[in-house]
Design a protein around this ligand. Sequence first.
Ligand code: 13P
Length: 343
Amino acid sequence: MNYEQLKTNASKMVAKGKGILAADESTPTCGKRFDSIGVESTELNRNTYRDLLFTTERMEEFISGVILYDETLRQSTLDDNTPFADYLKSKGVIPGIKVDMGAKPLALHSGEKVTEGLDGLRDRLQEYYKLGARFAKWRAVITIGEDIPTDACISVNAHALARYAALCQEAGIVPIVEPEVLMDGDHSIDTCHSVSEKTFRQVFADLDTQNIYLEGMVLKPNMVVSGMDCSHQAGVEEVADRTVECLKATVPSEVPGCAFLSGGQSNEDATAHLNMMNAKHSSSLDWNLTFSYGRALQASALTAWGGRDENIPAAQDAFYQRAKFNSLATTGTYSEELEVEMV
Ligand code: 13P
């Protein structure tokens, strides 16, 4: 195993001032996003949309890596037909790939899911490496509800994450380990806190059992937030404090960084929460805290684009702005006033 390469790439992915763009929506998920702006999800439209994101001038100032979907890794720039992986690499951005096959219903556990995709993964990783991917992503989903999550759900998902991580490291690919405790529901922030802590603890126990090289991985956790339908919504400082407390209790110091998912938070909330964590706590943390957002980096760009070529510059401006704000949040130097100034 090439420890140095894994460590170097993992550290680059979470370097201060930079974060990861999650542009790995599966074709059905991309279809849902396009539905929301009234655009048909054709292969060309998906290629055009990803092209506008990746070719945004100077986005590499803020973006260390991009997570691609299988189809996207095989697509190319519209301008000169350069494979996206090569194009990103030429900008100093590391190409990554989503390798899980989605969260499927967990047998005998109503309302819970387990992520599939381990069968044949060794061979797929070898191909992805040849195509230029140097990191991968696997998302596990933990749902909060009546009597759930069960120990069984947390256990199978943590186990799958650890087996995936081992296969990645064997292939020279940095695993992004993503245990997502969903925001859906009316649960309190206390419940999210305890479920997240239990989940992350189990994930690191399984990573340890599978001999994962912690310096060569990145954790992609949810933040500790109130359930979306909870009548009391915790404020920015409470989210930041609870999230940091939860990670300090569970994430070993060898891990170079945690890159949060946005999980349905608004653009502004996702940025403000990350900013508060770094402004208030960064001096006491062993690892960097950054972003690996999908929706919170893309929503404004997607709306600005609306499927029309003439809107591409406006969409790129919107993406650049969000990437910049989140970059500032990695050093605790973002402020809400910037949002107003830029409108
Ligand atoms: P969101 O930031 O939209 O939650 O997406 C991140 C991601 O990669 C989910 O797997």
